[in-house]
Design a protein around this ligand. Sequence first.
Ligand code: HEC
Length: 476
Amino acid sequence: MKSHPYHVIAREERPKQSFYNGGILLVMMLGLMSCSQKQDFDLPKKVTFNQHVAPIIHQNCSPCHRPNGGAPFQMIAYRDVAKRAKMIRDVTTDRYMPPWPADPHYRSFVGERFLTEKQIAMLAKWVDDGKLEGEGPAPDPPHFADGSMFGKPDLIVPFRDSILLEGNNLDKFMVMKVPFEIPRDTFVRLIEFVPGNRQLVHHMNGHLLTYEFDKKKDVFEGKHVVTDVNAAINETYKTLALANDDGTFPTLTPSISNYLPGVLPAIYPEGIGSYAVSRKAAFLVMNMHYGPSPVDAYDKSYFNVFYADGPPKRPVKEWILGTFGVSAIVPPLVVPPEKVMTVETNFTVPQDVSLLTINPHMHLIGRSFKAWATTPNGEEIPLISIPKWDFRWQYFYTFHQMLKIPKGSIIHAEGIYDNTLNNPNNPYDPPITVVEPLSRDMKTTDEMFQFIITWLPYQKGDENVSLEPDVRLFKQ
Ligand code: HEC
């Protein structure tokens, strides 16, 4: 088996990507680059917003930098962009924006956002030459449906009440029920969680409960929020009145919606991964996690639901490697202070499978993540490399086509943790021993090492099935 020095090399070759610490260094580097590095592309003499800059911004920045897009300010019209021109030049040169931690040369994914060298140079030249607006009409602003990345949902299911988030600077964890009734039983293709308070909603993992119509009179009864996440799970379920009237439990479909900063929900081709939803149903939100706030604040989030044409022909399956998962972490994830430590986990694939999405997960002291599969013939299949882990951007990465992994292959995942003060995200100064959470009610300051994989049993021809989002779903 070959060794994997990749992440080490990658780190040394890359300019240090810390925008915040590297301001002066960055300016020096830019200076050096412009004198010494010959560019292999030509830029127009006159770079203008209308002609050159707007298309780059609209494509790569506006999806988040728009009203309700998740980013702190909008970037659509000339004025928005010109106002922050220098900052835009710096964050793009530094590759801090658009956020895409995965190395696109190791493995390319659906929807990846990164700028080419030419695009970065184009933005810089525009700023340096005086932010020209350009002749002619401004290009049409991109259209985004309000509150959704995917157009108009068939159904919107809001939290019943605004949640008060006390200004006590503490993380908050809650379990919630978000019930709803619809006119008929149907199938759902996509559920999109839209946080109300984007500053404070940190992450959410939601399941779906479906009730047989006659078995539950009132899906809205009981409390909708439980703030004591240490309560026994049975007690919590009782408080939320989740059971049927006869005490039996409704059908639970796990993990139908996950929200983490910057994560888009996965969209699969028609017939894959849709699931039934009945007239009476509820989202069961485990692990609703709000970040700390110094002042009282509120959140009223909601779910956008998009219907499917029918039942799934191929239901999606999931493996979790590492923390709470099917494979052990070696050595155990206990990171002493002042130490940089590598852990790994290995999982043998029990049958021919087709991978759909992957999601590496670590917390604050994660430094890099890499995963690949080794087939029984010794062939290596790259899965993902994140040379510089960024806690804020934890995508579910979707392969362009289904990726076949043959039976007997070993999936390796490797994570490096940096518990020194060189890690600007270290939550403790001085550093303390960081461990995996003992229960599922974890805190950001605990550590995790997870590699989540969604997959299907392999069928002939899967490697040609595209996972690019189906444009029909984008009903604008
Ligand atoms: C996936 C969503 C997303 C995309 C795409 C995106 N941004 Fe951002 N951007 C954010 C969020 C969220 C923040 C605030 C949090 C942060 O700074 O990490 C941010 C912050 C910024 C900031 C402020 C940085 C600071 O230090 O205060 C700038 C400038 C910026 N983005 C520019 C851009 C530009 C230019 C692009 C396109 C080339 C872009 N962004 C694309 C989500 C996005």
